[in-house]
Design a protein around this ligand. Structure first.
Ligand code: 8OZ
Length: 361
């Protein structure tokens, strides 16, 4: 039997297979950024995944960077997510929530009071966001005051507590793709001169304090994190990512987090971007589950798991257009290609209307 279809113990959960649904931004939250019944249908259709990681979800209003992304900071949002987790559990699935703060990747039109987005330093990112139905350059951010950092950490802690209240099996902090935690890590976006900037230890401090707070709140066995060491996404860049991420992973290991989810290369693009980066050096520093992602085919995933390079493999776009992706991979059946025009925003079209295979004989 293929290694992809063997069970895996993740904290207190037993995943029936090694295939994870990656977090996917779909911009379909309702008024108040509340998860809808349609979102419950979408996720429950994908309950065959070994684990679903639900889409990036802001932990506070300032953490939002794109229109119609869900939150996990209001009672209505918690209730909306409860419908989602109930629907997934009713179909036998397991689901984590990705906790998000976009930092500087935002627009004043999305910020409370129309204020500037927050960041480690007042450096505008060379990237765009989706707001009022169109792509626009992100706004110039302001640097967070040292006195505001505890509030950021507390927002993640509350987000984790709210996620558990909403019935999630755990959370994944979004430490990747040039959002707030990644902005602090990298010397391209972090020019601070206090204890949150400068040395590797200082730049990693916010991420590690956030993870410590989440793990203390809900347990390390329910706490994962996503990182993307070499991605240029959202203008992320660092002069020397290898020692930075060696240190980050060593410290995450000390927190006994349940998994690290790693985007290899350029997010959603070239896997060889940043060639020469030694991912094995990271893995050897971490004892718990290693979840890999970025453009994996069935065969690549099979090789990664059977060869021991990874425990779990996340698929993104294939899960958009194949709700029964696990069953298709099991049968080596053809995959439906996704329609990019319906990725972000809209309703059921391109969301809950992709077909499943006929029942197997
Ligand atoms: C695509 C569009 C908007 C956001 C990420 C959360 O890159 C995202 C995202 C992806 O991690």
């Amino acid at each position: 039997m293929s290694a992809l279809f063997t069970p895996f113990r993740l904290g207190k959960l037993t995943l029936p297979n090694r295939i994870v649904m990656a977090p996917l931004t779909r911009n379909r939250a309702g008024a108040g950024n509340v998860p809808t019944e349609l979102m419950a249908t979408y996720y429950s259709q994908r309950a065959g995944a070994g684990l679903i990681v639900a889409e990036a979800t802001q932990v506070c209003p300032e953490g939002q960077g794109y229109q119609s992304t869900p939150g996990i900071h209001s009672p209505e949002q918690i209730a909306g997510w409860k419908r989602v987790t109930d629907a997934v559990h009713a179909r036998g699935g397991r689901i984590f929530l990705q906790l998000w703060h976009v930092g500087r990747v935002s627009h004043t039109a999305l910020q409370p009071g129309g204020k500037a987005p927050v960041a480690p330093s007042a450096i505008r990112a060379n990237t765009k966001t989706f707001v009022d139905g169109e792509f626009r350059d992100v706004s110039e951010p302001r640097a967070l005051e040292l006195s505001e950092i505890p509030g950021i950490i507390d927002a993640y802690r509350k987000g984790a507590a709210n996620a558990i209240a909403a019935g999630f099996d755990g959370v994944e902090a979004h430490g990747a793709n040039g959002y707030l935690l990644d902005q602090f890590l990298r010397d391209g976006s972090n020019k601070r001169t206090d204890e949150y900037g400068g040395s590797i230890e200082n730049r990693a401090r916010l991420m590690l304090e956030v993870m410590q707070a989440i793990a203390a709140e809900i347990g390390p066995e329910r706490t994962g994190i996503r990182i993307s060491p070499v991605t240029p996404a959202n203008d992320a860049h660092d002069s020397n990512p290898q020692p930075l991420f060696n240190y980050v992973v060593e410290q995450l290991d000390r927190l006994n987090l349940v998994y690290i989810h790693i985007i290899e290369g350029q997010t959603g693009g070239d896997r060889n971007f940043g060639a020469g980066f030694d991912y094995g050096a990271l893995r050897s520093r971490f004892r718990n589950a290693w979840l890999v992602n970025n453009g994996y085919s069935r065969q690549m995933a099979e090789e990664a798991v059977s060869g021991g390079r990874a425990d779990l493999v996340a698929f993104g776009r294939p899960f958009i257009s194949n709700p029964d992706l696990v069953e298709r991979l099991r049968r080596n059946a053809p995959l439906t290609p996704p329609d990019r025009t319906t990725f972000y925003g809209g309703g059921a079209k391109g969301y809950t209307d992709y077909p499943v295979l006929e029942a197997a004989e």
